[in-house]
Design a protein around this ligand. Structure first.
Ligand SMILES: [Zn+2]
Length: 56
């Protein structure tokens, strides 16, 4: 089983539990479930921080 790739970046739920959509951000694929999608729209600043890969 390799469906675990399609997991919401925010709540970690997979497409087996909830519909997820693929977004693109800075050249990367980001999966977001239908429940977390409003976060991207209304709380973008907060979400953007989560999406940034940690910089070392
Ligand atoms: Zn989610």
């Amino acid at each position: 089983m390799s469906n675990s790739d399609h997991v919401c970046f925010n709540c970690q739920r997979s497409e087996m539990e909830i519909p997820v959509l693929a977004w693109r951000y800075q050249g990367q694929m980001v999966w977001v479930c239908s429940e977390c999608m409003p976060l991207l729209i209304h709380k973008w600043q907060q979400v953007a921080e989560k999406m940034q890969p940690p910089k070392e």
